[in-house]
Design a binder for this molecule. Sequence first.
Ligand code: 13P
Length: 254
Amino acid sequence: MRKHIVAGNWKMNLLAQEAETLSNAIVAYIKQNQIEENTEVILAPPAIYLKELAEATEPFAKLNIAAQNCHQAASGAFTGELSAPMLSNIGVDYVIIGHSERRLYFQESNEVLRQKILSALSNDLQPIFCCGEDEAIRDQDQHEDFIAQQLKESLFDLEASEIAQCVIAYEPIWAIGTGKTASSEQAQKMHHFIRSLIAKQYGNDLANSMTILYGGSCKPSNAKELFSQPDVDGGLIGGASLSADQFIPIIESF
Ligand code: 13P
């Protein structure tokens, strides 16, 4: 059975005290509750909190930490950036790569993202690779071609053993932070399409073992229905991950 994941992407939110209160609440929940056998919770805080959170969550196998980005080079003169070896070295487990906000505001191309994925993989970080179309592309009914291109240019050069380490997050841009969620049918259709592309490239067994998350205005009221779709293996949660009262019910949606 493939892994279910609920991941919270805090983006550029929460001051230190707030981050501590939230992470304490999640840690307490994980300590006190039996999480489903094949389910994992991931927190992706701003980089400044990564080390502390990686240490605090280290004892809990089902609670892991993700960075929101990494640079493609291992080290060097890249002021302001963080490398995959640095993240790995402080106990970070995953790294989000290719979030639409990184693509849009920091001009990250499919090619740069391909390089970031390679750097993550060679440093024992599992990439959470984001893909997703904007509203205009969906309106033109080009969304499947667009996603296929993102996957082809950033992921499909990987060896089977490498792509097996990746998690994919489908995050339609029109649903991010807008309150406008993809319907469960829209999410299922795209997740099934993504899985079929992986199957074509790498075979059915690998495709069926890969975790594909949905992201975009996922909240307690819609998580259950989204996660009940056969190809939706969990969520990458933005706004609703900033409060334990919202995030915990999403974890409980499986
Ligand atoms: P929202 O849940 O706030 O729509 O954000 C989704 C997202 O971008 C997670 O990476």
